[in-house]
Design a protein around this ligand. Sequence first.
Ligand code: ADP
Ligand code: MG
Length: 273
Amino acid sequence: DADRAERAARTRADPPPRGFGEAMIQAREVRKSFGDTEVLRGIDLTVRQGEVVALLGPSGSGKSTLLRTLNHLEGLNGGSVLIGDTPVGYDLRGNELAEREVARQRVAAGVGMVFQTFNLFHHLTARENIAAPLRWVHGWSAADATARADELLDQVGMADRADALPRQLSGGQQQRVGIARALAARPAVLLLDEPTSALDPERVAEVLQVITALARDGGLTMVIATHQLRFAREVADRVVFMAGGVVVEEGLADDVIGHPVQEATRRFVRAMD
Ligand code: ADP
Ligand code: MG
């Protein structure tokens, strides 16, 4: 039995299935501490162009922190992250850059982020939430930004609520605007941090549907932290299971969720199903 487990674990260390492009995200030995607490304790993660990775793990395991380090919303205490060939947040000597320069790099590298609590601008309409960053950050004209916002609102089924303020929208609708905003500048990489965990249960499906459609369209490289196992199994090419700031187990979604090898993964899958 131990032999079989060891064989299975070895199988999972194999590279992901062929057919994906070049490495879009390369995290090496990533370490992050808050005060005396080391939250990421040496994370290695490679995600290839077009690959969809589900990031699973109990609360506090470091999923949000990892996603935030990938686009330098948090600095690193060790290791390195490349998005494409850009070390976002650092110059070639490894010195940390000023926020304005980091923002420029995120744009150049093409990283979009969807947050657990939406993070919409409260005083802007749905349309303006999408159009404004295109103008401010990406330098688009007002007309182009508005046209792109309307196109995206249509794509996420929100065309009829373009003029609504966030507080006039349900959580599911707000998150669909959040996804549209993250897609606005056509990012190569989309990071989603538990996009449905702040929603009422009856609003989860509409958001998962939008994300599933994006994943199926292909082309976009995605990392999705989620507790929705069925969804992860459906959309993810690969599952990475974290606990205590390390990657405990990773592999094909059906293997890791259907037949977890590590005790921590088993416990998690049992609790969530
Ligand atoms: P997850 O997303 O898997 O629930 P997090 O990355 O949010 O995990 O958190 C991992 C650990 O880091 C938790 O113990 C959390 O309390 C801690 N943590 C996260 N962000 C901060 C912060 N800004 N300051 C201090 N501790 C933090
Ligand atoms: Mg989190």
